[in-house]
Design a protein around this ligand. Sequence first.
Ligand code: ISE
Length: 339
Amino acid sequence: MSSQRALRVAVVGTGKMGADHVRRLQHVISGARVTAVADIDAERVRTLADAIEGCTAYTDPMLAMAAQDVDAVLIAAPGPAHEAALLEALGRDLPVLCEKPLTPDAASALRVLEAEQRLGHRRIQVGFMRRYDTEYLQLKRLLDGGELGRALMLHQRHRNPAMPAWFTEEMLINDSVVHEMDVTRWLLDQEITAVTVHKPTPSSQAPAGMSDPQFVLFETESGAVVDVEIFGHCGYGYQVQAEAVCERGTARIGDEHGPRVNADGRWSGRIAPDYVERFEDAYDREVQAWVDATRRGEITGPSVWDGYAAAAVCEAGVRSQRDGGRVEVELTERPPLYR
Ligand code: ISE
């Protein structure tokens, strides 16, 4: 599709992220408008559609994707609903931006990978938005530029103030550390080969039955070692940090966002309350890039291969989390479509 006309987007799933993407598509970025919204919550979806001219509410995402006035789909439903929606979109040859994770496990991600290959061209971009964050982009450029030499280690911290009541221990890996899996593969430009999860004595703030925080180790193809602290209930704010330790120097991001204030004999700053605020710019750039590329008839950004590879690392991580010890990542061969 190559068009001067605004891209007409169906948003599937209108919870926290989906509703934020509707707002972004309608009011923040250019070149798109929301013509369909779909959610099993009929009231929520009707309220959203009523506020947008020319937008229809659906409780069945398949009907939204079949609508005449839909050119592309943004999937922000919970992970278990992704596979069916992605296969439907591929069947209709619709361009897709799919929130992470691509699907909740490697087998279903592989089925999506195979379906896109049968189609013969890329249609899906996966919503690993950190690749669009200014600081992550600076770190990527620094590592690619080579002046620091080869990256030997990455230290990463991923802290959330609290998780919703339905959040499970597995989701610390599948839903949270999946970002560091993608960031590691992208920054170091190689696959993760093994995962080991360590569990310190849980915080007294951790929900019953959830070991929180956890310490996750990745090994990579070139022999780099990467650690990730995942803390789901740190209590004080949302913080994501990454430090690359290279042969000739180190580089660190995520320490401060916004002014450091000196007053009353002390310095202070603000910590974002959640990822919607911390990564607001990254989401804006991601969705704008997707809309622009789609209008040019292109698909750019993280691919189904990236989503599948992250799902395979998640699977190894969840096994290590459950059974302990080091678990190797099992990956199929990378198909030519994604090389
Ligand atoms: C959430 O789903 C996200 O994607 C956030 O970026 C992440 O920080 C959080 O831990 C996840 O639950």
